[in-house]
Design a protein around this ligand. Structure first.
Ligand code: FAD
Ligand code: DLZ
Ligand code: SF4
Length: 515
């Protein structure tokens, strides 16, 4: 029997694996679905091995799913001789080879690819149509609709609007429990008060995929863990991770959200970001599940645990995306403090005597994962205090985490963590000396450096670097009322003390690779 003619090619990017997308509701053999493993996408930054394996495996599983549903699929593998290793170069030959007269793609989440595909469409001699990914709860334009043309965009304003729009944790349109935000209850250090459940333990053997990646010459970092790959790569598995989260981890999630511990890389975190970002699972189903668990078992899953989680997904996740589309491409070039430094070499190995950084970086290399406070208050904090160029910091974060895609990585890194936007996202720089890290973790207890010393060979580098940061950027920070107390303390620093701080900080900065 002759195969039906292909009329439309539908492109699916590696982070667009949305099983419920309306594209797949009806089978039409005139449509060819195309997924491509390409070196170009694996090379715009050096990615963690698990990120590349995870994306390729999830693409493979998604292709299999579509085929089983009766759809026509071309999954272009890395070593396919036809593969030109670039999305647009592949589209060029594919459109000719199939004779299709129409190309459809889902709106990319990343500015770079969005521009590439827009330009490609302008030149194409056939119809090109972009459709929504049907994944997010807000549109790219949400920020302008909510905030107009303001200079600052408060997450809390955005979050409340989202709660109302989607009727989440509300009663008579008012927040359940009388408060919108239980942030103050989300800051407990973990001292072993509860058992930390072991990771769910998905076990895949993806060594064939890993072999193909290495043979193709793609450069990666970090441990592949290909034979015991434990990130979800199908929708079914993503749902298992969600299930495990609400049953085993959510009861303690909010409380220990900011805690860090040498023995537990994941603590009570969901590890859902990868599945969410490649769209195996949707934000609303995650939110509804957590909300339902709270309603059904309020004793076990207190409001502060549920709200603490929902705020991240309904609030922060949608908020950073809105800000990304509002502020790109300028956002990606900002450098408020004019920092020019390089990342210390040990950011790639974890080989440093600074225990907090050693743990946060080593687990990043081992699991392609660190939780929010490790990213913000350990690695991000240090990079900002050390004056590293935001481009370098962005590149690192975009590469090392399995969940890193620019729309979410860049606002968090350049905006929240590095304050390179001068305070559009966050109202003050997230910097701290050792005291905060000590309060929220057990890292300092077994550290080579002394958390309470500011001067000397054993002084914790965070301490002098912290005060040095305020002295160095005094003019840029003195008008910020959120840090008025700090500025008062800086004003009290005598000239001789200031010199000692600078000396100690400069000594550390000059020897940064050996800290
Ligand atoms: P949980 O702690 O269980 O939180 C639940 C979910 O909330 C996450 O899965 C995520 O989807 C969402 N969420 C939580 N915080 C944020 C946030 N600040 N912004 C957006 N979504 C959030 N997240 C990414 O998904 N990709 C990134 O590339 C990324 N880069 C970051 C870089 C820096 C410097 C910082 C400070 C944060 C970054 N985050 C990023 C946010 C956050 O650290 C991760 O979403 C979280 O650690 C993922 O682990 P989890 O799924 O166990 O999260
Ligand atoms: C990150 C990534 C990698 C490593 N490889 C591919 C790939 O081979 N094919 C593909 O379609 N997508 C890949 N991706 C994801 C994209 O680079 C890109 O980050 C997202 O589509 C932007 O949101
Ligand atoms: Fe980190 Fe300083 Fe604590 Fe060591 S003493 S773990 S370097 S904060």
């Amino acid at each position: 029997m002759q195969e039906e003619k292909i009329t439309t090619v539908r492109l699916i990017l590696g982070d667009q694996l949305h099983y419920g997308h309306s594209w797949y509701k009806h089978v039409d053999s005139g449509n060819l679905y195309v997924l491509m493993e390409v070196k170009e996408e694996a090379a715009y930054v050096v990615h963690h091995a698990q990120k590349v394996i995870g994306i390729f495996a999830a693409m493979y599983n998604f292709s299999t799913y579509l085929r089983k549903r009766g759809h026509r699929v071309l999954h272009l593998l890395l070593d396919d001789p036809r593969n030109k290793q670039s999305i647009t170069a592949n589209l060029d030959w594919l459109m000719v080879a199939t004779g299709a007269r129409r190309l459809e793609y889902q709106l990319p989440d990343e500015y770079r690819l969005d521009e590439v595909l827009k330009q490609f469409a302008q030149k194409a001699p056939y119809a090109v149509v972009a459709v929504d990914t049907e994944h997010f709860l807000t549109t790219r334009e949400a920020f302008t609709e909510i905030f107009g043309e303001r200079k600052q965009y408060l997450m809390e304003t955005f979050y409340r609007k989202m709660r109302q729009q989607y009727q989440v944790l509300l009663q008579d349109n008012q927040p359940l429990g009388g408060k919108w935000n239980y942030d103050h209850d989300n800051r407990k250090a973990f001292k072993g008060e509860a058992d930390v459940p072991p990771p769910l333990g998905l076990q895949h053997n993806y060594s064939t995929i890993w072999q193909a990646i290495t043979s193709s010459g793609i450069v990666t970092i970090g441990a592949p863990r290909a034979e015991c790959f434990d990130w979800p790569t199908t929708r079914k598995e993503a749902l298992c991770v969600l299930d495990y989260f609400v049953k085993a981890l959510l009861p303690h999630f909010g409380m220990y959200q900011d805690a860090m511990h040498t023995r537990f890389a994941f603590l009570f975190h969901s590890r859902l970001s990868f599945a969410l970002n490649i769209k195996l699972i949707g934000p609303l189903e995650v939110i509804r599940k957590v909300e339902a668990e709270h309603h059904q078992f309020p004793e076990r899953v207190g409001l502060e645990q549920a709200e603490g989680f929902i705020r991240q997904v309904l609030g922060w996740r949608e908020y950073v995306r809105g800000l990304y589309w509002k502020r790109m491409p300028v956002f990606g070039q900002e450098n408020y403090f004019n920092h020019q430094g390089q990342l210390p070499k040990w950011y790639w190995t974890g080989e440093t005597k600074m225990n907090c950084l050693k743990h946060a970086i080593s687990q990043t290399m081992e699991h392609a994962y660190a939780h929010h406070i490790q990213r913000l208050m350990v690695t991000g904090n240090f990079a900002l205090l050390a004056g590293v160029h935001p481009d370098e910091v962005d590149k690192w974060y975009l590469g090392v985490y399995i969940d890193a895609f620019e729309w979410v990585e860049l606002p968090n890194t350049r905006g929240m963590s590095q304050y390179a936007d001068g305070g559009v996202l966050g109202s003050k720089p997230y910097v701290s000396a050792a005291a905060y890290i000590d309060k929220m973790s057990n890292y300092c207890k077994s550290c080579f450096y002394a958390k309470s010393l500011r001067y000397g060979d054993r002084a914790c580098p965070f301490n002098s670097l912290y005060w040095n940061f305020y002295l160095q950027h005094y003019e840029l920070l003195k008008g910020n009322h959120r840090i008025a107390m700090m500025i008062k303390l800086v004003d009290k620093i005598e000239e001789s003390e200031g010199q000692k701080i600078r000396q100690q900080a400069n000594h550390y900065l000059e020897n940064i690779d050996t800290l």
